[in-house]
Design a protein around this ligand. Structure first.
Ligand code: GLN
Length: 562
């Protein structure tokens, strides 16, 4: 039987419950255990798929096509857990399921109530991640204790502990221990209050992770332990680790987190280690080269709207021994000030996925700048579609080319609605979603990056390259390098005569890990190190990415001109 860990939060949100859940998962895997992870989000939307990234940050897509919370991205980047649609539930999805059961008459005439019907539904969802072979299932509860909407989840995990036996569950509570500059004091009272709320809900935490600016003295840990009834060794402090999020597991391990969990849950472990992770961190922290990449989007001001993109760029850097500085460029600024003003000096340009018209012309102008100035370009989903519009307008002479998403009456709909999307009216969960195969053309950069004929990548879109323009594009130098297995959908394209200009209709950023950088991000970053833009410099300041020398040189190795 799997053991369960529940991760809750107190005092304030955004303390990093997702990263800590993922880190606990990694630590347990490093001890030879198999883990699974899931997140409960207390909001009423059925999933985040219909929410603006300004509200929610990135929508993370799983292999099986669920649109989920971005914390699932942390789970996949840190661990080997198989993350799917059973790994994210919301208040909305729980109620949706209960109400559907009620309509089908499954409650046999009973009054349907929050306790026990909603809480039973939540417990059923918890059991879904304790699949055969999983030693520890980790469930993160979004929001904080004291929120009205968190209460059914807290009640469910309390009941769950009672049902499976207290020795089989561990409650980890993440809390804030602020430092007050004016008083020059570290304050434990907010944590005392948060834990007292948790105990009012019937949950005695076993472990406290205290987020703090300054490390906690033994005396302060003893004080927190006394007021919260948590053993002192299980009061763990966690300083900010920015910019190296991947250090969190090591911080926890230094304080014995894995041993505490293993002892408390009576787990049997057989070896394992963290060496691969530690080696990755070593490379991340001591890079030899550096480069600068612009990400041109419309949610640039939001910290986590492009979470997986930013992380994948870091991974591409790790693969190339390079620190990648990301210049976050607001697409509307490119429209107002022009691409030169916004993009001058960068060694690569990435246009990520997105929806809607705002900023589109800025993204198109960025693709043009990259094509004409021979700056490496990586277009992802909408980034492919913008490059397509740009190429049609400026290389093929179709001045009014557009996507029907932005101009229904365009005379040249180079991007148009997928056949399967016609007639769909509902917004939630109705895009082309999840893993799909793609066949790559040998001799192309995409093929060279993967080193494979057939790949599988995750999708989230309604629009697609219009096949009527295939020949025109090819004859003007845009190679359609990847197709769906039936040959009907263009999945990747690239410029024949350019240092590195690769576009993909899918989202490679959902499959990149720090220990296994995605091949396309690896090759993109490599290409930025080899352009003569004055950027591919040694981290210490010296130029290194000089054409014809060193790493990933233009004209050598994978990603060469095809
Ligand atoms: N809006 C575009 C579409 O629906 C692109 C989607 C995306 O970038 N994820 O096809």
């Amino acid at each position: 039987m799997a053991k369960h860990i529940f991760v809750t939060g107190g005092v304030v949100s955004s303390l990093g419950k997702g990263l800590n859940s993922a880190s606990i998962g990694l630590l347990l895997e490093s001890r030879g255990l198999r883990v699974n992870l899931q997140k409960f989000d207390p909001y009423v939307n059925v999933d985040p798929g219909t929410m603006s990234p300004f509200e929610h940050g990135e929508v993370y897509v799983t292999e099986d096509g669920a649109e989920t919370d971005l914390d699932l991205g942390h789970y996949e980047r840190f661990t080997n857990a198989v993350i799917n649609r059973d790994c994210n539930f919301t208040t909305g999805s729980i109620y949706y399921s209960v109400i559907n059961k009620e309509r089908r008459g499954e409650y046999l005439g009973k009054t349907v109530q929050i306790v026990p019907h909603i809480t039973n539904e939540i417990k059923e969802c918890i059991r879904k991640v304790a699949t055969p072979g999983v030693d520890v299932a980790i469930s993160e509860i979004g929001g904080i204790v004291g929120d009205i909407e968190s209460q059914p989840f807290l009640e469910a995990i309390r009941q769950f502990g009672l049902e499976v036996g207290r020795q089989n569950v561990l409650y980890v509570h993440l809390t804030l221990v602020p430092y007050l500059r004016a008083a020059d004091e570290i304050k434990t009272k907010p944590t005392q209050h948060a834990v007292s709320l948790l105990r009012q809900a019937g949950i005695q935490p076993d472990v406290l992770i205290c987020r703090c600016e300054k490390p906690l003295s033994q005396e302060l840990k003893a004080k927190i332990a006394l007021f919260t009834s948590v053993e002192k060794e299980a009061v763990i402090d966690e300083k900010d680790v920015k910019p190296y999020l991947y250090e969190i597991p090591l911080l926890l391990k230094e304080q014995g987190m894995d041993n505490i969990i293993i002892k408390r849950l009576g787990l049997k472990t057989d070896g394992g280690n963290l060496q691969g992770w530690e080696r990755m961190l070593e490379r991340l922290k001591n890079p030899r080269y550096s480069t600068e990449i612009a990400v041109v989007g419309k949610y640039i001001g939001h910290q986590s709207a492009y979470e997986s993109i930013y992380e994948s760029i870091v991974h591409g850097g790790i693969a190339n021994d390079a620190r990648v500085k990301v210049r976050r460029v607001e697409a509307e600024d490119v429209e107002d000030k022009g691409p030169e003003a916004c993009l001058d000096g960068v060694s690569g340009i990435l246009v990520p996925g997105g929806f809607g018209e705002r900023g589109i012309e800025g993204k198109i102008a960025s693709a043009r700048y990259a094509r004409e100035k021979e700056v490496p370009y990586f277009g992802i989903c909408l980034g492919l579609q913008c490059a397509t519009i740009e190429f049609a307008r400026n290389a093929c002479g179709l001045k009014k080319a557009n996507s029907t998403e932005f101009d229904k009456d365009t005379p040249h709909p180079v991007i148009s609605l997928l056949e399967e999307q016609r007639g769909i009216k509902e917004m939630g969960g109705t895009m082309r979603l999840g893993a799909q195969d793609c066949l790559l053309l040998p001799g192309t950069r995409a093929h060279a990056a993967y080193g494979q004929n057939k790949v599988s990548e995750r999708h989230r879109h309604r629009y697609e390259f219009n096949n009527d323009y295939r020949e025109l594009f090819d004859s003007h130098g845009m190679v359609l390098s990847g197709l769906s297995p039936d040959g009907k959908l263009v999945e990747t394209m690239e410029l024949r005569d350019h240092p590195w200009f690769v576009c993909v209709q899918f989202h490679p950023e959902f499959k990149s890990k720090p220990t296994h950088p995605h091949p396309l991000f690896r090759e993109f970053v490599k290409a930025t190190l080899t352009v003569d833009k004055g950027q591919g410099v040694e981290a210490g300041g010296q130029r290194s990415g000089v054409r014809g020398q060193g790493l990933g040189v233009r004209g050598q190795g994978p990603g060469v001109r095809g």
